[in-house]
Structures are given as C-alpha cells and as structure tokens.
Ligand binder design. Sequence first.
Ligand SMILES: [Zn+2]
Length: 388
Amino acid sequence: MTKTLFKNAKVFTGKNESFEAFDFVVDDQTGNFTQEEAVDQTIDLAGKYVMPGMINAHTHIVADPYSQIAQLGSPDSTAPTSTFLALTNLQKLLSDGVTYIRDVGSVAEVDIELSALERKGEFLAPGIMASGNPLAMTGGHFSEGSYEVDGVDEVRKYARFLLKKGVGNIKLMATGGVSFDGETPHDIQLTESELQAAVEEAHHKGRTANAHAQGTEGIQNALRAGVDSIEHAVYLDEETIAMFLQRGTYIVPTLAAPWAMIQEANQLPEFMVRKSLELSEAHSQSIGNAAQAGVPLAMGTDSGTAFNNFDQNSSIEMELMVNAGVTNLQALQAATINAANLLQIEKQTGTIEADKLADFIILDDNPLENIKALQAEKSVYKKGKKVK
Ligand SMILES: [Zn+2]
C-alpha cells in the first residue's frame, strides 16, 4: 500500500470556484483521498490543473454508436454482446476522464450487474448508477428496449420490479424523440399521473427517477410529477424554466446527441438528420437560458446514440454547453459536484476531499479559461490508480 502526495498543482476541488494551490494525498489501498500526512512518495504537478473525474449522468453503455456490432433493442443485442459493449465503452469513458456514470437505458440488466461488480472492486471502471430498462408507453420512445407500461398500476408494478432488481434510478419516457421514426419530440407519451407513480416508488425507496422529455408540455408533465432530472430539455420557455427553479429539478442537456448526428448526416436516415437539425438551435438556446437563470445542470452525453461516442464526447459535451451559454464554471460543476448531488453519490465522489474516491484528472491547461483543455491529453486516476 502506498500513500502518494500530489503537490504544487492548481486544483478545482468541486467546491471552490477557481483552480487554487491545494496539495492532496491519495491512499491506493482504500482508493480514497486521505488526510494522513505520512506519505511514501510525492508527485510534483507544478504547472498542471487537477479537477475531480467527470460524472456523466446520461449514457447507454450497452449501445454501439456505430451500429456495427449490434443495434440496441434489436435481436443482435444479446446479453453477451451487450456486456462486451458495456465493458469496452466503460474503458473508453475512463480514457476521456469520466469516473462515474448514470446509465439510463440498458438491456438484459447488464448495467445493474456490472454496477454491483464494480462496487465490489471486481474490475476498474467508472462507477455505475444503473437504471435497467426504461419504462415507456406501449409504442413509445425506445419501446423495443423498454418495458412497455400503460396506466398507473402497471407503471407502479414495473417501477417496483426494477427497484427489486436493484436499480439506482428509474428512467421514464415522457415524450417522443429524434432517434426513432414516427414520433416527434413534442409527442406526449407517459402521462403526468403515470410518471408520478414511478417517481413516488423511486422516492419511497430513496432512489431517483428521471425523464426523457423534449417538448415543453411533456417537460412540464415530468416536472409536476416530481422527477429528479429532465433529460434533453429541448424546448424551454420562461414558464418552464421557472418551474425548474421552483422545484430544484436538474437538466441533463445531452447536446452531444444531436451534434453527433449532424456531424455524420450523410450516414444516417433522413428522419434523424431532419429532426436533429430542427431542434438543435432551440436546444442550445434552452440550455443557455436555463443556465443563465440558475437551473442546476448535470453533464450527460447520451453516448450510445448514433455516432455519439464514449471516448471523446464527454469532454466535447463540456464545450457544447459553454457554446450554448453555460459558463465554464457551471460546466465544471455540472460534471462534478452537481452530477454527484443529482445521483445522490455526493458522500462518495464529485469533489476532491478526504475520504472520497480518489477519482481525478490532470490537465495541461485551465478549463475555466479554455473548456477545450478537457479534450487535450490528460491523466486519469480512478480509485487512486492511474488508468491513463
Ligand atoms: Zn438517452
């Protein structure tokens, strides 16, 4: 066992608002930061910038963004293939500096089982908050990979079923979206009372619930139902932003999802490209307006959707947020302390503090001055072990 002092770096701990001189000690046996001062070795980080590892609050680790190995929700996404993809994608996330994820749409309980194995220390990867399969209305968004549920009683039944399986979060489909044909982002799907039944069950068990919601009306339904975060939040007006502020509900923007589709427009079906182009400007504006109004954000990419990769897009999402009008500090908080609060893992991670997981990244430049610093070469530590 080795205790290592990291000294002379400028550090954003997650609680301060700038990079400041802050020396810290890592215990590689517990995998935590420690207050102990007797150390075995010292690493000099003069000129470097250190921040907590990023938390990505919206991934689909069983998905192949290139649809070469399997198409999520199709018969190809068997349990072994999905597990292979998940393990590969987790390592890619780690290489981008992501040390914890919330997976919000899996198959075959892959995320639930990998989450338990990671917690036991069976393999080194980002920590995982699992949601299992989402709940969608019959024929709703991603219904081929969701449990199709209709009516309050059935939603309640499946919410309890997921909680029994051990999910940390319940994912709900409140509107249509971009990735599937035959629906629009404005379509209302699970109703307010259906959403509310799942939220109630999650909260009774001390867990969270979140909703895929893109159109204004569906977002408002999910907000009134009491979800902990709204995913995507494409069309926000002033009234809706006020509802977020009143309830303290988080937004997980996932700007990388439509961005990635637009980058690869010539390789995608017409409906995906058309819908991405239609919403991308409103999406950026909504996220910028919400951030300026003070709505808490948690970083998430939706990695696993078309061409939305795992090895770069978390740090690209940070840039997309800043381009949308989110401040650099808000973006850093979204990926660290805020996401930890949303996932209710703030006692374990999200800040650089004694007795929390030694999950951190080392950068050459200051991301508060240039958010692209996150996309450059970096070192990544997970539970005190250097993984990149
Ligand atoms: Zn998603």
